[in-house]
Design a protein around this ligand. Sequence first.
Ligand code: ADP
Ligand code: ZN
Length: 733
Amino acid sequence: MTNETPVIRVAVPLPIREGLDYLWAGSGPAPAPGCRVQVPVGRKSHTGIVIEHPATSSVAPDKLKRATTALDAEPIITTDLLETLAWCASYYHHPIGEVVSASLPALLRRGRAAVPEPVVRWRITAAGREIDTRELTRRARRQAALLEHLANTASATDADLRDAGFARAQIARLAENGWLAREETTPPSCVKTSAPEPESGPALTAEQRDVVEAMTSVEPGYHAFLLHGVTGSGKTEVYMRLIAEQIRTGRQSLLLVPEISLTPQLVGRLERRFGARLSVMHSGLTDRERLDAWQRCRSGAAGLIVGTRSAVFAPLANPGIVIVDEEHDTSYKQSEGFRYSARDLAVFRARRLRIPVVLGSATPSLESIHNADQGRYALLRLPERIGKAGSPAVRIIDLNHHAVRNGISTPMLSAIEQHLAAGHQVMLFLNRRGFAPVLFCPECGVTEDCQRCDSRMTIHSASGRLRCHHCGAERALEWACASCGTERKAVGAGTQRVSAALRELYPSVEIGRLDRDATNRRGSLESVLADLESGKTQILVGTQMLAKGHDFPNVTLVGVLNADQGLFGTDFRSNERLAQTIVQVAGRAGRAERPGEVLIQSHFPSHPLFETLLTQDYAQFAELALAERRATDWPPFSHLVLWRANAVRRAVAFDYLGRLARAARALGAEIDVHGPAPAGMERRGGRYRAQVLLQCERRGPLHAAVDELLRTTRHWPQARKVRWAVDVDPAEL
Ligand code: ADP
Ligand code: ZN
């Protein structure tokens, strides 16, 4: 292949492993890697991204299809990002087109302009003002109305006029007559003009200064830091100093957070500090807002980009630093489709970009602690809280000795009363929403189960419905048993039941609820948090959502109602997750000046996990947990790939995975092949789910094996009967 017939390799948003080759036959030179092109696939046309100009193609020249339309003159994906995406496709064994697609705002995928489109405004001219609209009304009523409309406003955008019901033809007609003038302006890329002057932060404590100093005194280039700071130790303040320093030198900071909607306080703080330089990227944005944020990143207008998982693919014009807050959080792992870890990719990108990366958490993942132990990350610590409060006192309530009613034990109730009497607030944590998880007939001994999942229907009393939390199935709540008519019982407690019981016990106390059901309307989450902040809510009952970084100085008691759920999980990470949740929830107690108290209800008060957390701290827990992982060969002392499959019939999924496991075992002894085995919840949404786990001490052979297995299994007839997926570094087994 010569230069006269240039070949472009294009990633198209289809489940095709590699890029497709085309002969560039448009005008001008072939579009550079990172540009969008319109290409034919089968009988359809797709918008793809040029990923490279290959020297040769495996497709014969006369068989190559032609591409003639480029959408961009300049690459919209930067070189570093393109390399990162290519790496992702190979590391996560995912089709390149879908990987590239995941990194782009929807409007760009659909071919919209990558630079901000000019806004068209219309203004009435002097000639237009002289028109007698009454006379015009007789001939052209709408045109006259349009003239009158504009005579009353200085100018209006094209979109405004269309909203007001005027047609494009009517506008054009008046413009032809010279009665309207057209103006084009580039939108000010959503800069908030009302943003106040950025405020400067408090003077750093000596500990914070040491941390900032350690991070900024290094040679320019890639450095990875693990910032382990207890909740309320001033990590966010450290991030803000690092960001301010980048802004001062004209560089951009990318700050990843687990879930923006859960942390309005953080966004508020960043807005006050950085004003209009802040750009926010998350799934709640409209397509237009998303594209705006993307453009502000790409142009360099945004000095600080705060975003969730997918913001790790933000196009940075002048990258300066990447920060991952709450790096242990599981929401950084995408659990469907292109299953990537945004935390791991943040580190990868920083290395490519030769800039520092900071992973921060009060409860770092064992992987990151291990990386620090190995010298790959520099460990920095903030062991003390800001303010005088100190760490909260943690106690276990032994449920073997205390009765529980509606999820709450008597010692918990008396503690609640004490803290309320002192004028303080209380948070109760329970990882289960709804009224009760089980509806049970004492006569028949039967529970009400989901017909599509291996799970029970959860009682939602407010709506009078039964819901499956796994597939979303719903039915009416009937208390009478269908077979014997006996009044059935609600067993166990969810957040609805706990708050209802508290309302009955304390009619004059204001009780709030923070869970997905209570916050699914727009703005409801903000109002739940605002009511707690203002002091209106005295007791807040909530799920995992409570564990996020809220800062409520007047909350002095945190109760963990059911810690046992996580103690004996089947996943090798369940203890790590439970420890993280307990430490994070406990961190909500007694910030600022008031000492806090944490009470944990458990049937297993002498479980070693509690012992370590109570008498020592998270770092000690992590050390013991890592020793256990080493002894049992789990990550980070080995690497995992989970090969998942599901089908309507159980045997079909097992047939496919059984063959896969045999093919994997035939590859050699270095890789341990476990399974096939049923997934944690085998039947879900009417499909049987199973998996094969591939485990290896070294990454190289493991990835080579997956590549080989993909080649051999892809064309199996059995593969077409199941839905299968490869999950590299799975977050859950
Ligand atoms: P973390 O992110 O570790 O939970 P934050 O940065 O949110 O900690 O700090 C906890 C609280 O202490 C916040 O209210 C914050 O405004 C305050 N704070 C942080 N650093 C300082 C400081 N140097 N001086 C005074 N207050 C501070
Ligand atoms: Zn279900």
